[in-house]
Design a protein around this ligand. Sequence first.
Ligand SMILES: [Zn+2]
Length: 345
Amino acid sequence: MKQVIALKDVTGLKASGAKTFTAPADAIVTPSAKDFLRSIGVTIQFDGASTAGNGNGSSAPAAAAEPKWKPEHVKLFNSPEAQRIKEHIVSVSHRLWKREYVDGNGGNVSYRIGPNEVLCTPTLVSKGIMRVEDICMVDLAGNQIAGTAKRTSEIFLHLEAMKAQPKARACVHAHPPHATAFAITGAEVPRCMIPEMEVLVGTVAKAKYETPGTQAFAETVLPYCKDHNCILLQNHGVLTWNEDLEKAYWFMEIVDAYCRTVVIASHLGSAFTQIPSSKIGDLLKIKQGLGLPDERTGLKEADYCACEFRPGVVCSNANESSPSGPDLEAIVKIVTEEVVKALSK
Ligand SMILES: [Zn+2]
């Protein structure tokens, strides 16, 4: 069995003044342990290897001693463009916190400023008090290449989306309660209820659960990045992306407001009214004009709104214990006949 090296296993190294930490060759070092070792300038040595990323999802050097940043990275990191993006990341972070889309140090924001350079929020800082000087920069493998604060271990989620979808220059990850409610239940986010949702977000994918911070977690979004700009992360939260950071943030607001409206509407006791499929085509044309993806492109009009939402119903996989359509009609017919028979006795 592989040994797991967690934060508690390495905290004692700070007092020892050691510069290296030797771990078994197949050990798994948790992201928080890596971040801690890096913060105190300790390099991990794996038995039989030099320094390397090991397990737990990172292809980045596990915990290199504080590097001297390369001049080209420092130049980019301190450029006027980077300053503008950092200010925007801070603005988005503050709005995520004010709208209660993040809690504790949860959520992360990133922007791909160069072909291999990504500005991102750091670990262990609340989005409510994020400052421009907290923003750091990583390469596409997740190695930190500039900044004093330590990058979030969840950056790998953003990086996988960016590598799979070139238009995903900006990524926002948060835990907005209404959308996350759908991520912890079998209920699918319904379709065709509100035009703005259809045009800017559309259908919402749900990525399977994996342990946050791991490479397996980061890769859960890969099947959905091509056709969805908003992905629910099962039992976790939401990831949105766009070429423009402001729009990636908008999508977070839009999906949570939409889910909130659906939850409120589900308490009213009336059936949901969908926008007719024949009108959804108009909205999808607007969406296409905005350069936004939608998995329904190329589908027949009748399939645009295939999800008929009711609380507790999983639209994508017919819930066999909750018959509908012809099955339900057949059951109603049998029950009615039995009642009529009983009454006529
Ligand atoms: Zn999260």
